[in-house]
Design a protein. Sequence first.
Length: 312
Amino acid sequence: MKVRAVGINFADLVVRLGLYKAAKEFVGYPITPGFEVSGTVTAVGEGVQAFQAGDEVIGLTRFGGYTTEICLPESQVVRVPTGVDLLSAAGFPVVFLTAWYALSELSRPRPGSSVLVHSAAGGVGSAAVMLAKRRGCRVVGTVGSSHKVAFATECGADVVIDRSREELWSAAKRAAPGGYQAVLDANGAETLKRSYTHVRPGGHLVVYGFHNLLPRGRDRLGLFKAALGLLRTPRFNPMKMVDANVSVHAFNLSFMFQEIALLSEGMADLIGALGRGEIRLAPVTAIPFDDVREAHRLLHSGEAVGKIVLVT
């Protein structure tokens, strides 16, 4: 397929730094990052019947997405939904599949349950807010700056906690005095321990990243802070978890390609939800393909709302 746009994800930053285990295990270095693309089919292999040249498609990749042309298995490709442009499509699969798996397969909150979503204006966070509302949940989202509050609210968050203006945990307690059925957290040591204490009995903490281990800006103490963050990362005691009746789940989407049938099921569900208007695509910030540095800087800065994509 000829690639039109490439979705940028936080994992790409970790790959670039040489710290992503899946990159070392499945590909090795040197490596081309990239987990999601959109574009146009240029040719199909023998036996492929679902697609033909000229079709606009979305592709899920295990690395290698930062490219102008790519060949993917049929099972990792879906059609671009009607009315969706290729730039928006490129930022769709990874964040929504991550949120879908966290909610539909791991935590399974019921209608009326309270769900806490960290980074609710980011890619995965905004997707999680929408999918939790789709399940009939009451959603509390956190954001790091005031300009993100409106977007988290637009995605459906019932309460948005602006960490730049109020203390996170007292606000989280006020929003759900009985605790949360599910807490989705990719921050790392900064919030994991307290997130766990806000899960109600029978509830779930879902971990899918450690974003705050990577310092922002030109921080000369970055390595020291990262090491300190690793030391501060909580170790959950199974015996205490049994007594508290709380579960901790952790996953990495790039290790799940052996479950491609499950991911395909998730994509089918999500595309159906998109077509019915139950979810909507995040706003996209488009960066020229030859300015990957700026795309990574913008994502790492925490300034962006929604998704960042590279445009070929």
